[in-house]
Design a binder for this molecule. Structure first.
Ligand code: ADP
Ligand code: MG
Length: 373
C-alpha cells in the first residue's frame, strides 16, 4: 500500500524522466547528459538550431534509438530499452509517411487494426478522431486528393486514434507554407487542449515554440541550456545562447554589478552609464555575465532623455531598415559596440531617423536582464 502511494506521488512529478542521457554515434556526441522531465498533459517543445540533438532526443523517447548512457523512466519505470511498439506513443515524424494508396479512414484505423480493436469500435474511434482533427466526413477520400495541411491532419489522427500516453512530433509543419503553418499550429494547440495528452514537439522555429508551448527545452550542441515556460525563457534567459537564440537581443558588457537595496533589482555600469536591471539570484557575486536588452524595449531619442543618464547611452545611427509595421535601427557608440532598436513605424517617423546623426537610446529601469556567464 505504502509502495503504491509512493508511486502515485511519482506520477504527479513526471510522466517521463530522462536522466543524464547521452547518445554517441561513433565519435560524434549527439547528446551529452540530457535531463528533462515531461509532465503529465503538458505541451513541451524541444527548440534549438539544426544539429543540436532535438530529433535524437525524440528518437530516444520513441524507442527508435537507445541512449549510450543514462535512463529514461516512464511513470517511474525504467523503459530505456523497451521497443517502440510496447511504449504506446503516437508519433508524427518527417518522413513517417501516410499510405498513399489507402483512404483516410484506412490510414487512421491502421494502428487500431494492429491493436486488434473490433470493427465497430474502430469505425467509431476513427470517426471521432477525424472530427477532432477537423476532417469529419473525409473517411473515404484518397490521400493523394488531400492538400498538405489535410494530410498533416490525417497523420495527427493516425498518431492519436489509439489514445497514446504521449504524442511525439518532429517538425510536423516545416513543409507547409506560412499561412497554413499558422493554421495548423492553432489546430494543434486546440487538439492538445481537448485531449489532455502530453505532447513533445520538436522545432527550430522560436515563434512556433513561444506560441505553442507550456514549457520549452532549449538545445545547443547536444546539451539542454534551459527548460522553462516561454515567458521565463524570453524574459529570464539562463545563458547568452538562450538570450540570442530566442528573439533578438542586445548583449551589453556591464561592470560593477551590485544588488540594489530593498528590491530584486541590480545596479551595474556600462562605461559611465548607470544601469538598473533585473537578474537571477546571486548575480552580484556570480561570474560576470552580460546584460540582455530586447530591441523592442529600447527607446530612441533625438536629445538626451529627461531624468538623467540611467539606462541611457549616446549613440550614432548607422542604419535603419523598414519592415512595414516597424523599423529596425542599428546604432553604434564611441566604443564601437552595436545596438539594435525596434520602433513602431509611426514612432520612428516622429523621432526622425537620419543615418549618421547622434541619438540617445534608453530603456525603462528594471527592463534588462543579467545573463549568467
Ligand atoms: P536536430 O534534430 O536538432 O537537427 P539531430 O538530433 O538530428 O539534430 O542530430 C544531432 C547530431 O547527431 C547531428 O550532428 C547529426 O548529424 C548526428 N546524428 C543524428 N542521427 C545520426 C545517425 N543515425 N548517425 C550518425 N549521426 C547522427
Ligand atoms: Mg531534427
Amino acid at each position: 500500500m505504502a509502495l503504491g502511494e509512493q508511486k502515485a506521488e511519482k506520477n504527479e512529478q513526471a510522466l517521463i524522466r530522462m536522466e543524464d542521457v547521452s547518445k554517441r554515434f561513433g565519435v560524434l556526441t549527439a547528446l551529452s547528459n540530457i535531463s528533462i522531465d515531461v509532465r503529465e498533459g503538458e505541451f513541451l517543445t524541444l527548440l534549438g538550431p539544426s544539429g543540436s540533438g532535438k530529433s535524437t532526443t525524440l528518437m530516444c523517447l520513441a524507442g527508435f534509438e537507445t541512449p549510450t548512457q543514462g535512463r529514461i523512466l516512464f511513470r517511474g519505470e525504467d523503459f530505456t530499452h523497451l521497443s517502440p511498439e510496447k511504449r504506446g506513443f503516437g508519433v508524427v515524424f518527417q518522413g513517417y509517411a501516410l499510405f498513399p494508396h489507402m483512404t483516410v479512414a484506412e490510414n487512421v484505423s491502421y494502428p487500431l487494426i494492429i491493436r486488434k480493436v473490433a470493427k465497430a469500435e474502430r469505425e467509431e474511434k476513427v470517426r471521432a478522431m477525424l472530427s477532432t482533427v477537423g476532417l469529419g466526413g473525409y473517411e473515404d477520400r484518397r490521400i493523394q486528393s488531400l492538400s498538405g495541411g489535410q494530410q498533416q491532419r490525417v497523420a495527427l489522427a493516425r498518431a492519436l486514434v489509439f489514445g497514446p500516453k504521449l504524442l511525439l512530433l518532429d517538425e510536423p509543419f516545416s513543409a507547409l507554407d506560412r499561412r497554413l503553418r499558422g493554421e495548423m499550429q492553432s489546430e494543434l494547440k486546440r487538439i492538445h487542449k481537448q485531449l489532455g495528452t502530453a505532447f513533445v514537439f520538436v522545432t527550430h522555429d522560436q515563434d512556433e515554440a513561444l506560441s505553442l508551448s507550456d514549457r520549452i527545452a532549449v538545445f545547443n550542441k547536444g546539451c539542454v541550456e534551459q527548460v522553462a515556460t516561454p515567458s521565463a525563457i524570453y524574459e529570464e534567459p539562463a545563458s547568452t545562447f538562450v538570450a540570442g537564440f530566442i528573439g533578438d537581443t542586445n548583449l551589453i558588457d556591464v561592470t560593477r554589478v551590485a544588488a540594489a537595496d530593498g528590491c530584486d533589482l541590480y545596479h551595474a555600469h556600462y562605461g559611465d552609464t548607470e544601469i538598473i536591471c533585473r537578474g537571477p539570484q546571486g548575480a552580484a557575486s556570480a561570474r560576470l555575465g552580460r546584460l540582455s536588452v530586447r530591441p523592442e524595449d529600447v527607446e530612441l531619442h533625438s536629445s538626451a532623455p529627461e531624468g538623467g543618464g540611467t539606462n541611457a547611452i549616446k549613440v550614432r545611427l548607422l542604419r535603419a531598415v523598414y519592415f512595414g509595421g516597424s523599423v529596425e535601427a542599428l546604432l553604434g557608440d564611441p566604443a564601437d559596440n552595436h545596438f539594435r532598436v525596434r520602433l513602431a513605424t509611426t514612432r520612428a517617423r516622429h523621432t526622425g531617423l537620419v543615418e549618421g546623426r547622434d541619438y540617445w537610446l534608453s530603456w525603462p529601469k528594471g527592463t534588462g536582464y543579467l545573463v549568467p556567464a
